[in-house]
Design a protein around this ligand. Sequence first.
Ligand code: HEC
Ligand code: HEC
Length: 387
Amino acid sequence: MKTPHRLRARVLALALGGLGLACDSEEAFPNLDELDQLRSLHTQTRQPPKDPTNRMDGVERAEKLGDLLFHDAGLSRCGTVSCQSCHDGEGRTVDTATAEGCDGKRTARNPPTVLNAAYNRWFMWDGRADRLWSQALMPLTHPDEMNSDAQVVAARLQGVEPYRTEYLALFGREPAAESGDALMANVGKVLAAYERTLVRVDAPFDEDVRRFLAAVDAGTAEEDPAYLGLKTFLRKGRCVVCHKGPALSDDLFHNIGVEDTGPGGGGQWATLETLLGSPFNAQGSYSDAPNGTDAMRLRTLRTQANQVEMEGAFRTPSLRNVALTAPYMHTGAQATLEEVVDFYNQGGGAAGTFVGRKTDTIVPLELSAEEKQALVELLKSMTGRPR
Ligand code: HEC
Ligand code: HEC
């Protein structure tokens, strides 16, 4: 007997649905790809990767010296600003859009947290430092931040104990006998050794993802309290396209259209030459592994540099501990996580309010009130416990 046309279409649709080919809205969450993404999201209990370009990394004595220096305003020219001034408290950041440096000057951007910074591949919103130790020299010498230089730093280290003794023990020379750039690189390395200990992982989020994965196996995914948040994060919100893996970042740069037409709005493209030309990068003469994989990554960056992709692009920040680090984005213009979710829901900033071309992934999302709420809850669950 001939199957009626309509019925045949339905049978076909059911068969395709069974193969996982049905359209997104009908497909059960998670599908196989999403399951893989979910599995890669949780736990980050391992130590941050070791930095071969910094031989002080993991050296306890260096960590201790770095701790002291991080908190010492005497390294600044004005004598009142330390790293801690802008990276303090639980969130290791300030709660204002920008922060105050020497002589009342203000930073151009929102200070990111230094928690978990040692997991990052690139530093600064525009990625203009490739190593945690070379990053440290930027605020140290920036006129709007600590306004310091090798002379100020050498005088401080030579004149104050236990700095002199500890420096001598770690590097085999008196601070005053060291050349300026070498001294600064070494100070960066002990600061980075300390920062590597500032780790907050293992959040309720990780437990939720683990429990959710078990619920998927048990066939009860839809009843799990994390269902809507995770589904929105992975599927309708597409957050996982960039905020992926255990750090909830792809370590890459994207233009998501955050309002900024000022001098810093050029993002990664505007500072690429600074990074590649720096004597303090992974392949420079102060690196302890100038031919390693980190140096290779720089060479790749140079050969693959693409203005359209890099202009107005900023680093995908980790979302771990994001509830502790308001306000948000490189400008600090978004005060709450609700505002951030609204921003994404609108498809990013309006044309003309930012530099360059917005990436295709950022489009209006049409999230319901429940989905927005679930996303905000999910973001809040990403706060890790102190070690
Ligand atoms: C006056 C405020 C201020 C001071 C002082 C300051 N910072 Fe920052 N810090 C910032 C700002 C603002 C940024 C982001 C700058 C940018 O991306 O353009 C930043 C970025 C960072 C980052 C990059 C984090 C990431 O995820 O990319 C690290 C690490 C850091 N600072 C460590 C330090 C250390 C170490 C010191 C002391 C030597 C220090 N900061 C002093 C304001 C400050
Ligand atoms: C195309 C890549 C991409 C996608 C997709 C994406 N993000 Fe982002 N996210 C970024 C980048 C890049 C920034 C930093 C942008 C800036 O400051 O200019 C950012 C910043 C953030 C921040 C601010 C963090 C901070 O410390 O200031 C939050 C929160 C955030 N994203 C959450 C989300 C959520 C929720 C979604 C899904 C609705 C999402 N992101 C989708 C790339 C992306």
